[in-house]
Structure formats: C-alpha cells, structure tokens
Ligand binder design. Structure first.
Ligand code: FAD
Length: 322
C-alpha cells in the first residue's frame, strides 16, 4: 500500500487535533507515515500507532536551531523523494501553508491548499476546496509530482484506526543545511494562556459583533464560549472597536474557521465575515433584526436581544450539564 506522509504537530507529546484529522484522512488514501519534529516519546508513538501510522519519522533538530518551517519542509521533501508517497498532508494555517509551499517548490510538484476533504481517485488524491466565501465546492487534483495538500482544521472528525499498529521509528537528520535566506528566530515567548482552544482548531466557536454593545458586553460571549468549552471569535467591527484582540477576527481579512458549531451573537453576517465562517457545520445566530443576512446561512436563528438570550442560554446549558 502507498505511503501518505503526514506532518504531525504536538504540544509536549499531546498530538494536536488537526494532525489526528490528517491521519484519519491519510488512512483513506494509503498507509500513514507520521513526520514529527524532535525525539518522540513512547506515549506519542503509541497514539500515532492507534491512529494508524505504520512509520514515525523523527526529525533531529539541527544545531544551531533553525527556522522550523524550513526544517520541516526539507525533511518532508527528502522523505517524499525517498518514499514516493501518494501525497504529503499538512494542516492549513500560516506555518502549514509555508511548509507546504516550500515542499512543493523543492519537489517541483503541484500544491492544493485549504482542502476541506481529500479522497482517493483513480489518478491520485482528489481534494475538495470551499471557494468564493463558501458558496462553491471545487474538486481538483495535482497533475505533476507528489501532491502536496494542506487541509483545513475541523474538515473531518478524527477517529482512531480500526486496529492499532506498532509504528517503526526512524530518526532522520537533514540531508542538507537550511537555506541561508530562511528567517532566523531571534526571540520567542509563549502567549498568555486563555485556557480556551485555538480559534482555528476549535470544534465550537462563539463569536460576537457590534451588537454586543461594549467591551463589558463581550464578556457574555466569553462566558458562553467557556460554558461550551469553545473558542471566542469576533467580527471586524468588534475588533476595530477594541472590544477584543484583532487576532480573534474572523472573515476575509481575519481567520477562517470551520467548527462543528458556530454561534454568532450580534453579527449582521456581512459577506466579508461569512467568508471566514461559512464552512461551519452548524450555524446558530442571535440577532434582534429578523432581516439580518446572517439568518440566510443560519441553521438555527433566534430573533432577540442577545443580552436576554445569551444569559438564558448559559443558564440552560449549565443546568443541563449539572
Ligand atoms: P454590524 O454589521 O453593525 O451588525 C451588528 C448586528 O448586531 C446587526 O445585525 C444588529 O441587528 C445586531 N444587534 C445590535 N444590537 C443587538 C442586540 N442587543 N442583540 C442582538 N443583535 C443585535 N468583517 C469581518 O467580520 N471580518 C472580516 O474579515 C472583514 N474583512 C473586511 C474586508 C474588507 C475589504 C471590508 C471592506 C470589510 C471587511 N469587514 C470584515 C467588515 C464587514 O463588511 C462588516 O462591516 C462587519 O463584518 C460588520 O460587523 P458586525 O456584523 O459585528 O456589525
């Protein structure tokens, strides 16, 4: 069976959910081979085996430390040349897209970014992309070289393999130095932890817009997100009004999210906002204007004042959860 190279990211040995999603997709295309940065611990190898990875390639970080996307790209390109995989799968996002672009250039191969589905086709993997603000689904395949495909987080539900495997672990060193032109990391500091999931990876997103009314009102959005264990998002109006940080902006000029549940409070549903959330599985909108465009794409809509609806919703959810 053909190998599928999967770039796996983890936090201290805990595999990030988008990487588990990639492994689930990879099993539909062939035999997943996980590529991880650094020395994998037993627990990490065990989890990879439970998700069907028959091989784990561990990249030995170069000395002195180099720009990580460049390191990952060199390792993936080298492995792709050696193993002739059916595809290289990487999670979408700023870092993943950079790694994928570098791999495709190195392999002189085609690339498809931000796929929402990947299936096996007679002439290689077929990737589905959601385009034009989520109004069209486009299927495409790479016609030259090893397909390099980035997949949007939350596109599939991660599932363990039907039967776990014991992966073979191979440590690999870079076959060539990281290019001099690569950026050099001069300092890094961890972001203050909010305890909430990452916005682009969350299965539940609660987003607030201008209708929230104030920075204090935005706390209601945060409370609902915490009640549901979700991430907090916002429209551009809410971030421009500095009710929340710009990194929470969803839309054409913000982040793209595709959670299982997207809850919008006080967001009108402008096309630029929809561009970043239209791929959500279930959309719930709370807006006091029954003609707000968000209701055109909502699966469930509540016409009402969010200051009344959201506290009632939080109470109800809390009660049901005991
Ligand atoms: P509004 O459009 O003002 O809507 C507020 C809504 O809240 C209204 O529907 C109102 O009925 C409702 N409301 C008011 N009070 C209450 C209440 N008490 N209870 C319930 N509902 C209430 N926008 C983005 O979001 N993301 C982007 O990435 C983005 N990129 C852009 C790029 C460009 C080039 C341009 C031109 C615009 C972009 N915008 C973007 C802005 C976008 O056009 C809208 O202006 C913005 O999305 C509106 O935000 P909003 O829905 O919060 O505010």
């Amino acid at each position: 069976m053909s190998t599928v190279l999967v770039l796996v990211h983890h936090d201290d040995g805990v595999i990030r959910k988008p990487s588990l999603e990639l492994l689930t997709l990879a099993r539909r295309l062939g035999e997943p081979a996980a590529v991880v940065h650094g020395e994998p611990g037993d627990a990490l190898i065990d989890t990879l085996g439970r998700h069907g990875a028959t091989t784990v390639y561990a990249i030995a970080p170069p000395e002195p430390p180099a720009y990580r996307p460049a390191v990952e790209a060199l390792a993936l390109a080298d492995l792709a040349t050696r193993t002739a995989p059916v595809a290289v799968l990487i999670s979408s996002g700023p870092s993943g897209t950079e790694v994928a672009a570098r791999v495709a250039v190195k392999l002189d191969a085609g690339i498809i970014t931000d796929a929402v589905q990947v299936t096996a086709g007679p002439d290689g993997p077929v990737a589905t992309q959601s385009v034009f603000a989520g109004t069209w689904l486009v299927e495409g395949r790479v016609r030259r070289g090893t397909p390099v495909i980035t997949v949007r987080p939350n596109a599939v539900t991660p599932e363990p393999a039907p039967a776990p495997v014991s992966p073979a672990v191979e440590r690999i060193a870079l076959a060539e130095p990281v290019p001099d032109a690569s950026p050099r990391v001069v300092a890094s500091r961890a972001k203050a932890a909010t305890g909430r999931p990452d916005l682009t990876e969350a299965t539940v997103v609660v987003a607030g817009g201008r209708g929230v009314g104030s920075a204090e009102g935005f706390a209601l959005i945060e409370r609902l997100a915490d009640t549901l264990g979700g991430a907090v998002g916002a429209s551009r109006a809410a971030t421009d009004l500095t009710w929340c940080p710009h990194e929470l902006q969803i839309g054409q000029t913000g982040k793209t999210v595709a959670p299982q549940l997207y809850l919008a409070g006080g967001i009108s549903g402008a096309i630029q906002h929809r561009a970043g959330m239209q791929g959500s599985r279930t959309i719930v909108a709370i807006n006091k204007d029954p003609k707000a465009p968000i209701f055109q794409i909502a699966d469930f809509g509540v016409v009402g004042d969010l200051h009344t609806v959201l506290p009632a919703l939080i109470d109800e959810i809390s009660q049901r959860r005991g």
